[in-house]
Design a protein around this ligand. Sequence first.
Ligand SMILES: NC(=O)c1ccc[n+]([C@@H]2O[C@H](COP(=O)([O-])OP(=O)(O)OC[C@H]3O[C@@H](n4cnc5c(N)ncnc54)[C@H](O)[C@@H]3O)[C@@H](O)[C@H]2O)c1
Ligand SMILES: *[C@@H]1O[C@H](CO)[C@@H](O)[C@H](O)[C@H]1NC(C)=O
Length: 316
Amino acid sequence: MSTPNQAQQDIGTLLVQVTQTTADVIVLIIQILYAFILSIGRLAIRKQPRSVRGDIVLVTGAGHGIGKELALLYASEGATVVIWDINEKNGSQTVKEIAQLGYPKAHFFVCDVSSRDDVLRVAEEVRHKVGDVTILINNAGIMPTHPFLEHTTDEIQRIMNINVMAHFWTLEAFLPAMKRHNYGHIVSLSSTAGLFGIPNLVPYCCSKYAVRGLMEALYQECRTDKKNYIKFTSIYPYMVDTGLCKKPKIRFENLMPLVKPKEAALEIMNAQRTETNEVTIPRYLFGAHNLCRMLPLKAQLYIMDFIGVGLESDLI
Ligand SMILES: NC(=O)c1ccc[n+]([C@@H]2O[C@H](COP(=O)([O-])OP(=O)(O)OC[C@H]3O[C@@H](n4cnc5c(N)ncnc54)[C@H](O)[C@@H]3O)[C@@H](O)[C@H]2O)c1
Ligand SMILES: *[C@@H]1O[C@H](CO)[C@@H](O)[C@H](O)[C@H]1NC(C)=O
């Protein structure tokens, strides 16, 4: 039994707690409104892209496709570009083309991003010859496309090693220096296949969902450090015309054409330079995805069947 005095004290603490929580809820509501106003404002006034002139940008898989276009774009913006690719000929070709355009600050290193040893060794070389990477773009990826049971064990392992594990190794190599300087940006290529499950792409979808989870969790973890200035950007492109999608099938080709690699690269660089957390390419897919997920499963399936976008097996 509590004495009258104690009871008074208990009511006192309770009152303080209730007042505190009420105050917190009011602050929360104001914060949510503020976030809405900010994001509506963003629609009207686009954020100015920040300069990348002093930055060292590393792009993995920059010997071909989206990565190559990214390397060219960042070089044209005055950044120092570090190109990694497993394919020596294509990687040197990217540097050559950048030099031909009159930008001297590009470097190529052969690196198999699926090998931790390779990544850590070549990262050390980059640090010595070029300096600390400030923008890391995890772009290298492969996309074998066939029914689930026709994927070989070796293939499944390669997909996970290149599309997922490589992110762990490059983060291990470059995130510590970014944290030390409290400056840096991590950009990762997920995919529409990281938002929707797609037939003939089970391991690939798994790898792209993994990238999404990795990036979201890392962002949340760094965010808890109030003094963190490291930025994160995840990219979800629809099919891009690089040859990676071997047998695309699209019902409404005029409405949903393959994205041009240059266009994709521009969107990615713009997302990075405006410090946007997540973008789909094209942009409208983001809202379409969120809306679609609110519908009953059957309705979602009807919509998918109607749109009729997918990939045929590359084995036939
Ligand atoms: N093309 C698309 O439709 C599309 C759509 C969504 C997402 N993406 C993603 O965008 C990224 C780039 O795709 P892309 O279409 O430009 O591909 P791409 O095949 O044109 O180029 C990929 C590059 O990565 C390199 N690479 C492959 N394995 C490597 C390894 N182990 N180490 C280092 N380099 C390696 C290749 O040599 C090649 O130069 C990938 O992650 C892909 O999954 C592509
Ligand atoms: C190297 O580049 C050529 C020409 O752009 C391309 O056809 C080939 O597929 C590329 N090789 C790899 C492994 O990406």
